[in-house]
Design a protein around this ligand. Structure first.
Ligand code: KE4
Length: 422
């Protein structure tokens, strides 16, 4: 029995499902999870000492690769000064400035401890500012596990086919209005029916939790216009795309400025950090400057701030264009491999993110994504893991490439994919 299996058996008796986050359990790909002992650069090593090329990257944060020397050094320095003060510290100002410098459409930012906290708080703020309760989200998008967002959610909710709302009262999701991603007419209909009651439209500007689904031309622009017309706030959930789609996130890449932005993952450099940011006219409503309450014992934690600062310092020097070209080449080679097998595959890509859908495209929304074969993805996942390639254990997630994945890593990935037969 492998050490990972032993650990999983023990974990399963004392941690629900043996994991601290459902999608890690590998249920949808019909295998046990690896327990990871170490990450280094583009690689992770499991408890049994086997090393894998890592395309999960902790679901996004590790864009610099694991244990980046600058991030590790910053943490080593910070930890010797104490781990938490419950009082403001300079590092919070430094990271806030770094985030706002990259996203000039935002005036203020509040640090929290997860993406869930960021979106939950942004929704409360939008409701407090507009004095409206309803909001729009898109089927297959995932904005964390706060009650209001668990309707037709993506990521682990989709992966495990969990009915959207066990434990969430119907009246809570009654204010959650749903539309298919990329369907502007559906959003117009919601505004026609509820316009004066809609506080916000929440959108992943590139949806990465139903697999990677890109916005069609005009979709984001249309949401911006509808929000302007109806006095609703446009909220870009950039927990994944922030500092990934571009240094300034999807809002920089697509040239659309939302009213609020939620972030996480990369800005913590692998430590627990989330954030929500926006124009001063909205953020000034947040306590203690305003009446919309939100708080957190460990918000702005000095260790997490140190990791985030070091990460963003490196990203400000990084060549996003070069990384994008490398990933474009990898995806083109993957398409060629599957075409040579006459295997119907659609690969979506944005910057250093990609998803391999086992089905015919185009993939424009959650319905399209669900038509693809999750069982063939499960077989592909297991095949690749056996070849030393660690992909997301779900067809409804997105592969991530770091700045330290090498051409040799890509070659090994392509060789492994080429030997996949079923
Ligand atoms: P967290 O609460 O997990 O830090 O962030 C929630 C969240 C919010 N918004 C978006 C766009 C997100 O993708 C996420 C979380 N992403 C998933 C992976 N797609 C987290 C992985 C997990 O649940 O274990």
């Amino acid at each position: 029995m492998s050490h990972s299996s032993t650990l999983f058996a023990e974990a399963s008796t004392i941690i629900p499902g043996g994991v601290n986050s459902p999608v890690r359990a590998c249920a949808s790909v019909h295998c046990e999870p690896l327990f990871i002992a170490k990450g280094q650069g583009a690689y992770v090593t499991c408890a049994d000492g086997n090393t894998y090329i890592d395309y999960v990257q902790s679901w996004g944060p590790m864009i610099l690769g694991h244990a980046h020397p600058k991030v590790s050094a910053a943490l080593h320095h910070a930890v010797d000064n104490g781990t938490s003060f419950g009082a403001p510290c300079e590092a919070e100002v430094t990271l806030a400035k770094a985030v706002l410098a990259a996203m000039p459409g935002m005036d203020m930012v509040r640090m929290v401890n997860s993406g869930t906290e960021a979106t939950m708080s942004a929704l409360r703020l939008a409701r407090g500012v507009t004095k409206r309760n309803k909001f729009v989200k898109f089927e297959g998008c995932y904005h964390g596990h706060a009650d209001s967002f668990l309707a037709a959610a993506g990521s682990g909710v989709a992966t495990l086919s969990i009915p959207g709302t066990p434990g969430v009262p119907d009246n809570v999701v009654a204010d959650t209005l749903l539309a298919p991603y990329n369907d502007l007419e559906a959003v117009k209909a919601l505004f026609a029916a509820h316009g004066k009651d809609i506080a916000a439209v929440f959108v992943e500007p590139a949806a990465a939790n139903m697999g990677l689904v890109l916005p069609l031309p005009g979709f984001l622009e249309g949401l911006r216009a509808l929000c302007d017309t109806h006095g609703s706030l446009l909220v870009f959930d950039e927990v994944i795309t922030g500092f990934r789609a571009a240094l300034g996130g999807a809002q920089q890449r697509f040239g659309i400025t939302p009213d609020l932005t939620t972030m996480g993952k990369i800005i913590g450099g692998g430590l627990p950090v989330g954030a929500y940011a926006g124009k001063r006219q909205y953020m000034s409503h947040i306590a203690p400057s305003g009446g919309v309450y939100q708080a957190g014992t460990l918000s702005g934690n000095p260790l997490a701030m140190a990791a985030g600062i070091a990460t963003l310092q490196e990203l400000n020097k990084a060549d996003y264009t070069a990384l994008e070209h490398k990933v474009e080449g990898l995806c083109q080679e993957l398409e060629n491999i599957f075409a040579s097998k006459n295997m119907p595959v659609t690969i979506t890509r944005l910057a250093s993110m990609f998803t391999i859908f086992f089905g015919q495209g185009p993939i424009h929304n959650f319905g399209d994504a669900k038509k693809c074969s999750t069982e063939r993805y499960a077989r592909f996942f297991k095949h690749m893991r056996a070849q030393g390639i660690y992909l997301a254990p779900s067809a409804f997630e997105t592969a991530m490439v770091s700045f330290v994945h090498s051409d040799d890593d890509f070659k090994k990935t392509l060789v492994a994919a080429a030997s996949f037969t079923e």
